[in-house]
Ligand binder design. Structure first.
Ligand SMILES: NC(=O)c1ccc[n+]([C@@H]2O[C@H](COP(=O)([O-])OP(=O)(O)OC[C@H]3O[C@@H](n4cnc5c(N)ncnc54)[C@H](O)[C@@H]3O)[C@@H](O)[C@H]2O)c1
Length: 283
């Protein structure tokens, strides 16, 4: 069965981006959230994002209207009864996601694939909370979803070849470049990116160089578009710390121990751009 109608659970940063990406490529989308206000914000974000493309003459005004017309918003999971693929992008919390998966399993047709955009929770574990573990998979999109090309497709222990193939086809249909990843803490990108950022924090704490110099070094010496400390400010120091803890606990390997300076900055509330202060300060 080809996937034509997508359900998205959670209308926040990632959920509305996923809804936009699918609707812009002709898929019908039903986006749900527990909060009516989150749905309104999500729809307004999609509208503004598509409008920017219209202004840049990358999208016709009629195509923007058509994309918006393909998105329905609802606070009820029961409104996902017609979808072939649900992508869960609710708040990152194990108990909450286990509850959402159990409810989705009771609500959507048995043939429907249930995917999670989780950054850190085991797909195998989420799959085990359902009666369709072979039709559960991870779809890890990157922020901002309409722009970033990568999607990590994470196979749990139970994920079937058919589920993988159909989800891969749907990701390619919206212009994404998927990679196949085995279920494992941090998947591929965070497994490599977060330890690199952590090492930059250790280097800063040791006085190896200033924050500006560390970022300068990686931009000019390794051709990175953004330095590791500025990137940490963008991601959020709390999010970086949470991912490191997942790696540390998942592998029980001291190489993933978070830098004490990172922990202390999170304790101080210096979370990066979102609080105006991290390794750098923002106006
Ligand atoms: N932000 C990122 O850069 C990023 C990148 C990749 C993956 N992720 C993952 O995507 C998921 C969502 O992250 P986000 O940054 O969009 O969070 P967010 O806080 O912006 O949005 C989460 C939304 O989920 C809604 N929600 C909470 N409980 C719900 C429920 N039971 N049913 C339906 N909706 C519910 C909230 O009201 C909120 O609107 C998380 O699993 C996160 O780890 C985030």
């Amino acid at each position: 069965m080809t996937i034509k109608h997508i359900g998205v659970v959670g209308a926040g940063t990632m959920g509305n981006g996923i809804a936009q990406a699918y609707a812009a490529k002709g898929f019908s989308v039903t986006m749900t959230d527990v909060a009516e206000a989150a749905l309104e914000r999500g729809l307004a974000t999609i509208d503004a994002s598509l409008e920017r493309l219209v202004k840049k003459e990358k999208l016709a005004a009629a195509d923007k209207a058509a994309a918006l017309g393909r998105i329905k918003a609802s606070t009820r999971l029961a409104d996902l009864a017609e979808v072939e693929l649900v992508i869960e992008a609710a708040t990152e919390n194990l108990e909450l996601k286990l509850g959402v998966f159990a409810e989705l399993d009771r609500t959507v047709p048995p043939g429907t694939i249930v995917a999670s955009n989780t950054s850190s929770i085991s797909i195998t574990r989420l799959a085990a909370a359902t009666k369709r573990p072979d039709r559960v998979i991870g779809m890890h999109f990157f922020n901002p979803v309409p722009v970033m090309q990568l999607v990590e497709l994470i196979r749990g222990l139970q994920t079937s070849d058919d589920t993988y193939a159909r989800v891969e086809a749907s990701a390619k249909a919206i212009g994404k470049a998927p990679i196949r990843v085995r279920n494992s803490p941090g998947f591929v990108v965070n497994r490599m990116l977060c330890p690199m950022i952590n090492e930059a924090v250790f280097a800063l704490a040791e006085g190896l160089a200033t924050a500006e110099e560390i970022d300068h070094a990686m931009k000019l010496g390794a051709n990175h578009p953004i330095g590791p400390l500025a990137l940490c400010d963008l991601i959020g120091l709390d999010v970086e710390l949470a991912v490191l803890n997942v790696l540390y606990e998942g592998f029980k390997d001291p190489k993933y121990r978070p830098a004490p300076l990172l922990v202390e900055m999170v304790e101080a509330g210096y979370l990066g751009r979102k609080t105006g202060r991290g390794f750098f300060t923002y106006g």
